[in-house]
Design a protein around this ligand. Sequence first.
Ligand code: SF4
Ligand code: SF4
Length: 184
Amino acid sequence: MSNSIIKYLFFPEILKGLALTFRTLFKAPVTRRYPMVKPTVAAGYRGLHALAKDDEGRMKCVGCGLCGAYCPSQCIHIYTAEGDDNKKIVERYEIDLVRCIFCGFCVEACPFGAISLSEHYEYSSYKREAFYMTKERLLENWDKYFAGEKGRQYYNKFWRPLSEDFRAHEDQALFSRIKQRGKE
Ligand code: SF4
Ligand code: SF4
């Protein structure tokens, strides 16, 4: 009997499939009953955004706009104004999560460690507004998900460059030029 007739008569693929089902029938299930059983999220997971605060509780963001420029989805909107003392004020900082792809480029681009991605992943909603993160909501997220030591360690643990890489080195070209000018 040729191979094709055997296949036609006995459907070996179906038998193979049934055998596989039978072999795994009494094994422990690998699926989880979410949301009753929550998955373990790996440290450094790229979840909901937060705007970082310093130890005094002030927002670290200076409104330079680098995160927005790097964002491939163009979903970060920053509105700044000039304060009384001529300092730049970040009036609005907004992220449209519906467009965000959670790539983390905004975190990598920020020279001040001011934007972060928390490990929080449960923010589903039937309302579109829930996915439009305002400055106030992003700052609240920092208090919720990065309180204490967690916030302090976050950048150096999971992101490059490290915050210490931003320190100016003595022999940095720019600084040596300034030093030279001072001597002239
Ligand atoms: S994670 Fe990526 S897509 Fe989302 S806001 Fe940041 S840069 Fe844009
Ligand atoms: S989050 Fe960082 S990169 Fe973005 S505007 Fe603020 S300081 Fe600049």
